[in-house]
Design a protein around this ligand. Structure first.
Ligand code: FDA
Ligand code: COI
Ligand code: MN
Length: 491
């Protein structure tokens, strides 16, 4: 390229950046006035406030492929009262509010689609109460899953819901997260007792009634259920009361390979049908097994495989593993390796939780487009096999992993950055998979939520009447559409 051409290109790039900055400034100044900045600063204090470019970029993105959308301003509230005052201020000025947990979401939920104020919740990080008698813990939104578990370990209790990432527990509540232990302990939906929520107008409510810690309740509408999975579009969660469980006396883990997806899934189904209280029941396809072997230095068979875990007394975990082994054998399994050795077990589950990074390592520098569908178990093998066929016909690389005990799986499509043709192709397959899952009596997302990526699919899953009811609920709680706008549903 000639020097002139290079200079011209560099000038064009500079002009584009200057223009973009200019547009950002206009956008920024038109929405957030100096007066508003001063008021926001006076609510949270100078040290809990930033408009730095770096912070804005960081807060506009999560762990997904979605294009980052930075907010205009980031606040770090330290109390419910501050969150309520911020909400009142944003309502007066009609400014979007976007809650931010730990940014591990996979559907672009923290992106500021219309700019506005991000509320980074990490400085509200108290563990307010732990009751080993009544088996609950109440936490502020800055508390992560592993922090709670480290805190309560000596009590013999734990919170088992485990999405792999060390997400904030409130982020997990509002995305209705689950992960590897859900087959035994349920998803976040089944494990929230009460929530404190700040509404768009600044009101503070408790979804099960003030201070209720009862295990069950049939008092009134299920407000807890309404806010679980709302992805910050109905309110900002400032505390959650979650169920705790006793740490099992003994744990055994197992790995087993199969000649086909059908054999693996049929084993999973029969393990559940046999009433084995399996705690983890994970599927990895041949491509994912190969990725995990390479990334985690393992040497398992590179065919469709199951990773399993059993919790209970030492006799019981042995019995469960032996029973599962028999079932696997009836389904043409290879060797069924099981162990109670803590080191071996943690190596196995670390490799499983690193599945995303193992996939990424197959194509260094790539981005990953992740799908997440869930269907009834009887339809699962067909949906997985059809998805694998579509992947193979497209020429894409997309390892598969899934919580198949719940009928849930993900494809990790590897994308070369900037390859828009490939992105388009992958998006089409992902949409097709969502529709395939819906037509197989399932859902377009089992656990990652809707964010910006699945709004169209949710519309198709619920139909016009269902969506219209959701819109009415949204309008009743957030008439100005300032609570995390552009996520879950369009108005
Ligand atoms: C490697 C890896 C592996 C997995 C996953 C991620 C990664 C990186 N995930 C996804 C992720 O961990 C999950 O979505 C978390 O629940 C998100 O919690 P964050 O605190 O990070 O929320 P994050 O900050 O990403 O926000 C997510 C959404 O919640 C909203 N939000 C956050 N805090 C809020 C609050 N206090 N009040 C209101 N709204 C709030 C945000 O506005 C956004 O819309 C997952 N998930 C899963 O279910 N199963 C799995 O197996 C995995 N596995
Ligand atoms: C990147 C995804 C595969 C993360 C996830 O949901 C999982 O590991 O189960
Ligand atoms: Mn998952």
């Amino acid at each position: 390229m000639s020097t002139w051409l290079r200079l011209l290109n560099s000038w064009k790039l500079q002009t584009r950046f200057t223009l973009l900055n200019h547009i950002n400034c206009i956008r920024y100044s038109s929405r957030i006035s100096d007066e508003l900045l001063d008021k926001a600063r006076s609510i949270v204090g100078d040290n809990n406030f930033t408009i730095s470019e770096a912070a804005r970029l960081l807060h506009g993105r999560d762990e997904s492929y979605h294009v980052p959308l930075p907010p205009d301003l980031i606040l770090f509230p330290t109390s419910t009262k501050q969150v309520s005052e911020i909400a009142k201020l944003c309502t007066i000025h009609k400014i979007p509010m976007i809650p931010f947990g730990t940014g591990t979401g996979l559907e672009g939920g923290v992106g500021a689609t219309r700019g506005g104020v991000t509320l980074n919740m990490t400085r509200m990080d108290q563990i307010l109460e732990v009751s080993t008698d009544d088996l609950f813990a109440t936490v502020r939104p800055g508390v992560t899953r592993s922090r709670l578990n480290n805190h309560i370990r000596d009590t013999g209790m734990w919170f088992p819901i485990d999405p792999g990432a060390d997400a904030s527990l409130c982020g997990m509540v509002v995305t209705s997260a689950s992960g590897t232990n859900a087959v035994r302990y349920g998803t976040m939906k089944e494990n929230v007792i009460n929530m404190e929520v700040v509404l768009a107008n600044g009101d503070v409510i408790n979804t099960s009634g003030t201070d209720c810690r009862a295990k069950k309740s049939s008092a009134g509408y299920n407000l807890t259920g309404l806010f679980v999975g709302c992805e910050g579009t109905l309110g900002i969660m400032t505390a959650a009361t979650l169920r705790l469980y006793g740490i099992p006396e003994s744990v055994s883990s197992a790995v087993c390979s199969f000649p086909s997806v059908y054999d693996a899934i049929s084993t999973a189904t029969m393990v559940i049908q046999a009433g084995i209280p399996v705690a983890r029941l994970e599927f990895l396809d041949d491509v994912m097994m190969s990725a995990c072997n390479k990334y985690s230095g393992l040497s398992y068979d590179e065919t469709a495989s199951l990773f399993l875990e059993f919790h209970g007394s030492s006799n019981s975990v042995e019995e469960q593993a032996e029973l599962a082994k028999e079932i696997a054998k009836d389904n043409n399994s290879g060797e069924f390796q099981w162990t109670t050795d803590p080191e071996e077990r943690s190596r196995l589950w670390k490799a499983r939780h690193d599945a995303l990074y193992a996939s990424k390592a197959l194509l260094p520098g790539c981005e990953v487009y992740i799908t997440d569908v869930c269907v009834p178990m009887s339809n699962l093998p067909d949906v997985i096999v059809k998805s694998k066929q579509a992947i193979s016909e497209s020429g894409c690389i997309a390892p598969i992993v899934g919580h198949v005990g719940d009928g849930n799986f993900h494809c990790c499509f590897l994308l070369k950055p900037g390859d828009n043709e490939e992105l388009k192709k992958v998006r089409e397959i992902a949409m097709w998979m969502g529709r395939l899952a819906i037509s197989a009596r399932g859902t377009c997302t089992g656990e990652h939520g809707v964010g910006r990526g699945k709004i169209q699919l949710v519309q198709e899953q619920y139909g016009e009447d269902g969506i219209s009811l959701m819109r009415n609920i949204k309008f009743a709680l957030d008439p100005d559409n300032i609570m995390n706008p552009g996520k879950v549903i369009t108005l």
